[in-house]
Write a protein that binds this ligand. Structure first.
Ligand SMILES: NC(=O)c1ccc[n+]([C@@H]2O[C@H](COP(=O)([O-])OP(=O)(O)OC[C@H]3O[C@@H](n4cnc5c(N)ncnc54)[C@H](OP(=O)(O)O)[C@@H]3O)[C@@H](O)[C@H]2O)c1
Length: 294
């Protein structure tokens, strides 16, 4: 039995789909308020709980062989301290208690760069260290930004021709196909070379922010009009929000780090990934055509 946390999220949903298409038993950890009917229809076992509650995590781990931790935080559902850190520490502890065979942890590219002002990055790094010392078999995946997160921007460009991108247009990234990442997460428990390893996971090309609307423009045959507000505008808004809500200001630190820095995998890292998991990483162009092409 696989336990998947964040099973209703962009990544978690895809992980459950793959597991069920392979007829693997999957327990989807979901909240009562989540949209989980699709997972149920695919034959996943639905476990209703809240990752802020230790007892729910303990119960969910019972009888489980593999865990894929794919949940994420937002201010409404519990911030980085509660969800990215505490819930994962609890998952690791109860995984040990339940003698789980393999734990796959979804970290983030750059978790090891020591960004002090980014609560999610800090939490992910602390969890990575805890997992490495836990005695469990593990695989840590450090993905770059998900291609699926770009789909709404691509759709807007298709409708209006406008593309909004905050910060330096020359910043580089390597958006990863969310489907490839889900496949890698599932395969991590069986691929011998993935045991007790950390993998940066990205798409096959290094793209500047300016390249992205050009790709969308080619897919939709539309000339993109790029609006690129400078980062100091974001900082101004963030500081103003800080007067009313210091917690929100703190949590926006993660977004600030994402906007101000580069997150891409080197060709060598992609080659290692492709060899290890026997996969050909999908380009952003292909991903967008698959989801939005005519
Ligand atoms: N998105 C990216 O570009 C990116 C890049 C690098 C790494 N990552 C990491 O990859 C993972 C998956 O990201 P994603 O974009 O797929 O996440 P997502 O779409 O934001 O989904 C978050 C998931 O966590 C669940 N969740 C939140 N609070 C919960 C709670 N209190 N109890 C139970 N479940 C809760 C949500 O459930 P509800 O449906 O109930 O809200 C949802 O299923 C995260 O760990 C994220 O940090 C993401």
């Amino acid at each position: 039995m696989f336990l998947v946390t964040g099973a209703t999220g962009g990544l978690g949903r895809r992980i459950v789909r793959i597991l069920r298409s392979r007829e693997e038993p999957a327990r989807a950890f979901v909240r009562l308020t989540s949209r989980y009917s699709e997972l149920e229809q695919r034959g996943a076992e639905i476990f209703i709980g809240d990752l802020r509650r230790e007892r729910d995590i303990q119960k969910a781990c019972q009888g489980v062989k593999y865990i894929i931790s794919a949940h994420g935080s937002n201010e409404a559902s519990g911030g980085a301290d509660v969800l990215d850190y505490r819930a994962n520490i609890d998952l690791i502890d109860f995984a040990r208690e339940a003698e789980v065979e393999h734990f796959v942890f979804m970290s983030v590219l750059g978790a090891d760069r020591g960004y002090e002002d980014a609560p999610v990055f800090k939490a992910k790094r602390e969890v990575e260290k805890y997992l490495e010392k836990s005695g469990l078999n593990y695989t840590i995946l450090r993905p770059s930004g998900f291609a699926s997160n770009l789909l709404p921007l691509a759709e807007r460009l298709r409708e209006t021709g406008i593309y909004l991108s905050l910060g330096d247009l020359q910043n580089r990234s390597s958006a990863v196909s969310t489907d490839d990442l889900a496949t890698i997460a599932v395969d991590s428990v069986r691929v011998e070379a993935a045991r007790n390893k950390i993998f940066p996971v990205g798409g096959p090309e290094i793209l500047t922010r300016e390249d992205i609307p050009q790709i969308f423009g080619r897919v939709f045959n539309k000339q993109p009009f790029i609006i690129s507000p400078p980062l100091f505008l974001f900082d101004g808004v963030r500081n103003a929000l800080g007067w009313a809500n210091p917690e929100l200001q703190k949590s926006l630190g993660t977004l600030r780090v994402l906007l101000a820095n580069e997150f891409f995998c080197t060709p060598e890292e992609i080659e290692t990934l492709e060899t290890c998991f026997d996969i050909k990483m999908e380009s952003l162009d292909n991903f967008v055509r698959r989801y939005l092409g005519s």
